[in-house]
Every structure is written in C-alpha cells, then in structure tokens.
Design a protein around this ligand. Sequence first.
Ligand code: GCO
Ligand code: MN
Ligand code: MN
Length: 395
Amino acid sequence: MHDHDRITPAPEDRFTFGLWTVGNPGRDPFGEPVRGAISPVRIVERLAELGAYGVNLHDNDLVSFDASAAERDAIVAEFRRALDDNGMRVPMCTTNLFSHPVFKDGALTADDPAVRAFALQKVMRSMELGAELGAEVYVFWGGREGAEADAARDPRTWIARYRESLDFLCAHSKAQGYGYRFALEAKPNEPRGDIYFATTGHMLHFIETLAHPEMVGVNPEVAHENLAGLNFVHNVGQALEAGKLFHIDLNAQKIGRYDQDLRFGSEDLKGAFLLVRMLEGSGGRFPRWEGMRHFDAHAYRTEDEAGVWDFAAGCMRTYNLLREKAHAFDADPEVQELLAEPRDPDFEALLRYSPEGAAALAEREIDVAPFARAGKRHERLDQLVVEHLLGVRGS
Ligand code: GCO
Ligand code: MN
Ligand code: MN
C-alpha cells in the first residue's frame, strides 16, 4: 500500500495511462523500436504498483487486428484477471482507426462507403470490448480523418460523413445500453498534413449539430493545442464551462516541433500549473473536475523499460506537486488580495439588461480616467506564480 502523503500517486488521484503510452517501444519515422513490447498484464501490474487508477486502450492495443474470436476471448479473460488482481479499472476505450492501410485516406470520413462501413463495424466491436471492461468514456481521435490534397473532398462532405457516423454510433450505444459518453479529440496535424476539426473549439461547435449532443463532449490534449500554437488552458476552460470536458489527455509539447508526447509538466511548467489549478477548482472558485487524469505520452527514445516507469511515475508525481502548488498559491494572502474582484453594485445593476436599464446606461456619464490610469499588478501576480513554482513561497 502507499503511504499517501498528497504527492505519492494513489488511486484516488484518478490517474490513468493508455496501454499504448507506457507500451510505446520508441519507434519513430527515422528509427526502429528501442524497447521490447511490455505485455498488457505487466503494464497493469506495474502501473498499479506506481499508484495509478486504471489503464485505457484501443481495441488493437489488447487484441491484435487479425485475432480470431477464440483468441480475443482468451486475451480479454487474462487481461480482466490482471485488472481484478491489481484493483485496476478501464475507464476509457477507443478504436484504432489509423494504423491499418485501409484507413490511409480516412475511416469514418473515407470516400468509399465500404471503408466507412468497416470503420463503423470496428468501432462497434471496440465499444463492445470497452463495455465488457467497464469503460464509461469512449474516445474518438480521427488520426487519419484528414488530407494532404484538399482538392480530394469538400469540407462539407467530410463534416456530413463524420456527423452521420457519430449519430449512428450514439444511437447504437443507446440501443445496446452501454451508457457511454463520447469524447472527441482534436488534433491539427500528424499523421495527416491536415486533420479535420483541428481544435477543441471546432469540436465543440460540431457537437451541437449532432443528433445526441448531450452524449458527446471533448477530449482535449495538451500537445495538440500546442501544436497549433493555442492556449490550452483557455480551450479546456471553454470545454469545462460548456459542461463538455469528458476526458483529458495530459502530456507536454514544445510549440513548433513534431508531435512529441512528452512527460506531463516537462515543458511549459507554468502552463501545466495553470491547467492543474483549473482542473482542481481554481482555489475553490469552481468545483473540482471529477474526470480521469489521463496521460497520453511516452518515454523518451533514449530509455529502456526502467525509464518507462520513471516516465510514468514522473507524470503522476508532477501532477500532484502542481496540485499542491496550486493550493498554496490560492491560499497565499497576497495572491488573494491581487485577485479580489472589484465590486460596484451600482454598475453591476447596469450590466443586467432591461429596457429601462439600457436607457439609463445610455445616458450615464462614466469617468473612465481612474480606470485608464490604474495598473493591474499582473507583473506581481505572475511573479508570484513563478515564486510558488520555484519553491520560495508557500509550503
Ligand atoms: C495521438 C493521439 C492518440 C489518441 C489515442 C486515443 O496524437 O496519437 O493523441 O494518442 O489520443 O489514439 O484515441
Ligand atoms: Mn497526441
Ligand atoms: Mn491523445
């Protein structure tokens, strides 16, 4: 058992990893794998020892693409035993719709109806697997839904196909009683030159056009929004505000690089701090987000298996360290003073629309000079973030 000291990872922290993350053998476009495969059973055992809550998977992380039905059942039974023996859960499942050559020009948005039908069938089977393992969230990452040659199809065509597929799968999930919540994961590029629905914001709008929008939310990933040079905290915040943050993929990424999938918090520590602070409730201003803290990243290619477990432990430990830093930051009296919201009941009343109020506001003289003059003290506030992170403030 873990002697839980708030930093040592424990199941109540709700940390999960994909089988494909710690299982990543270190292959890249220029080089062969540097590590051997780690079996799903061993991954479950080691992650449980490190304090994780669960593991997530694509269908083919567990059951290979061409396994027979009997092979599938044996593999799933062995995996189920490992989960039970180690008290681990599978909160999320997803489908590999990107590795096989049949998906080279898309799966749910492919031109050929037979390819779209095969993709739907693969998702249905994977949803069944996930349900068997107890998954509640089902992720859709359209890795091959995209293009290099945009002359090949009009955006309205792929949008309609993706909508038709998701409407089908929502209806299927309801009919089967799986109780899934779908989480759509955006990425701007890699492996395609351009992937459709490039950002979380694109997904949030698209969801509202579906037949069952209440079933569908988003799975934003740190690296994906950073690839596009966007502000991850803003984008996750918008999803939270809309009640649409169903899952999150935590990792790190340098802007302007290839898709790095780095250990959480290993780049942009301030961004990671602000993200953790928001997920944990922004100092009590909002409820804590109750979803899984999932890591979608992998160890450097320089590592052997020991380095993989260093990587996994590091993701979780950094999250907890940042959570404690966030609590200390929000408890700091100077921070509280700097964040105190200015109140003015007179003006607040004028901000609520009524015809009379609007008429009154139209006539009102507002002396803006003091507001134009006053500094915001954001230099001091941001320095306090840095001092907390560097350990010279707070506990
Ligand atoms: C990536 C994606 C994937 C998805 C995974 C879940 O950049 O490759 O982040 O790791 O998250 O396929 O569907
Ligand atoms: Mn990714
Ligand atoms: Mn991801």
